[in-house]
Design a protein around this ligand. Structure first.
Ligand SMILES: NC(=O)c1ccc[n+]([C@@H]2O[C@H](COP(=O)([O-])OP(=O)(O)OC[C@H]3O[C@@H](n4cnc5c(N)ncnc54)[C@H](OP(=O)(O)O)[C@@H]3O)[C@@H](O)[C@H]2O)c1
Length: 265
């Protein structure tokens, strides 16, 4: 089971990733309120965590893939975070670039999921306007839990039919998926613990909609230069979105940072 060296708060300790990431990071807010702690067994509010990796110089990809930025500890943490969530929200371009397989929980965390009333595996939820998806891929055909596809009223009817053969399709918005409504629909479906793995356009949209409760950002010990995308893209926010540092861990030269939503000034 993945362990991490804690650097902040209270440096010097070693934490088990599954335990550390299962509870809110850092100290409670000064007013004592933390949205993560609002997750109650009956009718919980949605909680959105995002997991991304970047190079030291801020690149989110190299040659269109995450591949060379990631490493064993980062991959293990990715699977831990998946094992803690109800639903994994991913943009269609990331699915196309990274070639997702079936989303599963780590075997050692399945019992914990059962105790919490979660399904054995998280559900995959793909955001797509165009529905240009590889519906024959194992992400759909070998899924433990039926995937969701979140799309718009503009989706082509024949693509909707094809998607409905392998997934539950939710139409949430006229020409773009309304992310606030979508996250609300996921919570209403019994999937309040949302984990997003991006990509940058999805993360930009989640920040624009003020939906990100926690950003888990791994800094990979590499520099790539070039004009690679950052972890967010899309229109700039009118004002910088404040976040507060919840925790920092280290493993194998990677820095694992946890940033928590902070009330806007
Ligand atoms: N560093 C990291 O941690 C990380 C993480 C994930 C991905 N990546 C990389 O990022 C790249 C892909 O990211 P990206 O920013 O280009 O794309 P993305 O965010 O993965 O996906 C964008 C696509 O998602 C759909 N989408 C997003 N928001 C939507 C909305 N509100 N309504 C309807 N559809 C919506 C659209 O799909 P359609 O085109 O189907 O309409 C859109 O083209 C890949 O190279 C991947 O390797 C890096």
């Amino acid at each position: 089971m993945l362990t991490l060296n804690q650097l902040h708060p209270a440096p010097g300790g070693v934490v088990r990733a599954a335990e550390a990431y299962a509870r809110p990071a850092g100290h409670p807010r000064p007013d004592g309120h933390d949205r993560a702690a609002d997750l109650a067994p009956d009718g919980p509010a949605p909680h959105v965590t995002v997991n991304m990796v970047s190079s030291i110089d801020g690149a989110a990809t190299l040659a269109g893939r995450v591949g060379t930025l990631t490493g064993p500890a980062d991959q293990e943490l990715l699977h831990v975070l998946r094992s803690l969530c109800d639903v994994l929200l991913v943009g269609a371009a990331t699915i196309r670039a990274e070639g997702y397989g079936p989303v599963r929980a780590l075997p050692e965390l399945v019992e914990r999921r059962r105790e919490l009333g979660q399904a054995p595996a998280p559900r995959l939820a793909v955001l797509s306007r165009a529905l240009d998806l590889d519906l024959g891929s194992s992400a759909f055909t070998a899924a433990v839990e039926r995937p969701l596809v979140l799309t718009t009223e503009q989706a082509a009817p024949e693509r909707l039919v094809a998607a409905r053969a392998v997934a539950e399709v939710l139409v949430v918005g006229e020409d773009t998926v309304d992310l606030v409504a979508a996250v609300g629909r996921l919570a209403a479906e019994g999937l309040p613990r949302v984990l997003s793995e991006g990509g940058p356009r999805v993360l930009g949209g989640l920040f624009a909609a003020d939906l990100v409760d926690e950003l888990c950002l791994a800094v990979s010990p590499v520099v790539v230069a070039g004009a690679e995308p950052r972890i967010t893209s899309g229109p700039s926010l009118a004002t910088p979105h404040p976040m507060r540092l919840g925790a920092v861990y280290e493993r194998d030269g990677f820095l694992f940072t946890r940033w928590l939503r902070s009330p806007r000034g």
